[in-house]
Design a protein around this ligand. Structure first.
Ligand SMILES: C[S@@+](CC[C@H](N)C(=O)[O-])C[C@H]1O[C@@H](n2cnc3c(N)ncnc32)[C@H](O)[C@@H]1O
Length: 222
């Protein structure tokens, strides 16, 4: 299928720690699903589990492993291109003996387009997406059309899209783009109240150290 999206990431430099390397080597075949242009059958991918939530850009998996640990009956699909992060999450999966996370190490635009069936997701988590603060780079931001519509189409009726950012103008953009999407409805008046279920993430911490404010949005599929 044709690639619809834009490139929202730059592969970050950074060596893998020995633990991340070992986890990647030993556990990749168990929990990382190769990218292919073939929609998932979630009942085969997550036998016995329900309510699949997609997380785009999980970074080091700070929130991913914690949420999956607290919700063992639910399924989590993490998509990330940063290999040290994949190694880190694999290490965490093993240490916590989690069985409800699968990973795709690939561009989320293509994964969502080609691997996620329409109307299949209970939730979508996008925690602190790359802010691309310069105006000429805004086109690289994840949350904009047509990707927002693609995401909305992948949700079940009643499913939710949650996003958080520490960049004010990106927060405004999220609100505007998602409010303008006819498939979605804001669960709040404007920004959401802080969601207690979301653990602190690495990039959130960096933002807080710079005294950035955190904004969150929760939109529900009609
Ligand atoms: C700013 S970091 C935030 C990481 C983590 N969610 C956190 O809060 O600490 C954004 C992450 O999204 C990933 N990312 C950006 N665009 C992506 C894409 N199209 N597909 C997969 N991952 C992507 C980047 O590699 C990066 O790790």
């Amino acid at each position: 299928m044709e690639k619809k999206g834009i490139k929202s990431y730059v592969i970050r430099k950074g060596r893998m720690s020995p633990a991340q390397q070992a986890a990647y080597r030993d556990l990749k075949d168990k929990w990382v699903i190769p990218y292919e242009e073939q929609p998932f059958d979630f009942s085969l991918l997550f036998p016995g589990l329900k309510d699949v939530t997609l997380e785009i850009g999980f970074g080091m998996g700070d929130a991913t492993h914690q949420i999956a640990y607290e919700n063992p009956e639910k399924a989590y699909l993490g998509v990330e291109v940063h290999r040290p992060g994949v190694g880190k999450l694999l290490d965490r999966i093993e240490k916590r003996e989690l069985t409800n996370i699968r990973i795709v190490e690939h561009d989320a635009f293509e994964v969502v387009t080609n691997m996620i069936p329409e109307g299949s997701l209970e939730g979508i988590h996008i925690f602190f997406p790359d802010p691309w603060p310069k105006k000429k780079h805004h086109k690289r931001r994840l949350i904009q059309e047509p990707f927002a519509t693609l995401l909305a189409e992948r949700l079940k009726p009643g499913g939710y899209l949650y996003a958080a950012t520490d960049w004010d103008d990106y927060a405004d953009q999220m609100l505007e783009v998602l409010t303008g999407n006819t498939l979605l409805e804001n669960r709040y008046e404007r920004f959401a109240e802080p969601q207690s279920w979301r653990p602190l993430t690495n990039f959130e911490e960096k933002g807080l150290k710079k005294s950035h404010l955190i904004h969150e949005v929760v939109f529900v599929k009609k």
